[in-house]
Design a protein. Structure first.
Length: 197
């Protein structure tokens, strides 16, 4: 396996193992997505169009895109959505999500912007499922989607901190653990300072 790809797999595995099992996407959730695959497939157009309408309607997110890029971006998101709703939800899928996170980072898109669009996607699944399914089934589908979203968001959050600490280590020679405890002490000092003022 390509060494850098292997790195993504290792990070995905490490992050996954750190998450309490009840919080992460599980076998039952995979079964739920499979059950409602026809609905999820039907929602593809509103999800893809709404996603880019949202990003293009706000100047700060609109500014990220190049002229004439929208059609290509929509097709890529469409492919991502199709793969996401059908699974399989294996290590390869989660490692790919880390890679997708890095592509955004390289393009100057913030972690916050990506996280809120996960939130937006979750709201759409909630709304669409509550319009078209009995309430308990809609809740079950939304919860399965939320655990998927949370697992991917956890990967993105942890991986970037990890990459940041590694690059600091390479540049400064200090170990990530020492840097982390220095950061905690600094934050404690800051909060004491702000409590005093
Ligand atoms: C739920 C959140 C998001 C998902 C699932 C998502 C999905 C994707 C995927 C699958 C790719 C292709 C990555 C690759 O080339 O391997 C991509 C690229 C891209 N996304 Fe997103 N995206 C999200 C949020 C955002 C946001 C918030 C923005 C802009 C503010 C954005 C703008 C872009 C751009 C400009 C690219 C092309 C990057 C490049 O190749 O230069 N995305 N996205």
């Amino acid at each position: 396996m390509n060494p850098s790809l292997q790195g993504y797999f290792q990070v995905a595995q490490a992050v996954w193992e750190g998450l309490p099992p009840v919080t992460r996407f599980g076998i039952q959730d995979e079964h739920t997505l499979k059950t409602y695959l026809p609905q999820l497939q039907r929602w593809e157009d509103p999800v893809i169009n709404g996603f880019y309408d949202t990003l293009f309607s706000h100047p700060a997110t609109r500014a990220v895109f190049r002229e004439g890029e929208r059609a290509m971006r929509e097709q890529v998101l469409r492919d991502w959505y199709r793969r996401t709703i059908t699974g399989p939800f294996n290590l390869e899928y989660f490692a790919w999500q880390i890679l997708v996170g890095q592509v955004h980072l390289n393009r100057g898109i913030s972690k916050g912007q990506v996280m809120v669009m996960w939130g937006w996607l979750t709201e759409q699944i909630w709304q669409l499922s509550h319009i078209s399914l009995p309430i308990d089934e809609a809740d079950q589908l939304t919860m399965a989607w939320m655990r998927l979203a949370n697992s991917v968001k956890a990967m993105a959050a942890d991986e970037r901190l990890e990459a940041y600490l590694q690059s600091l280590e390479q540049q400064s020679g200090a170990s990530p653990r020492i840097l982390q405890s220095a950061a905690v002490s600094w934050l404690e000092e800051q909060s004491k300072g702000s409590n005093r003022s």
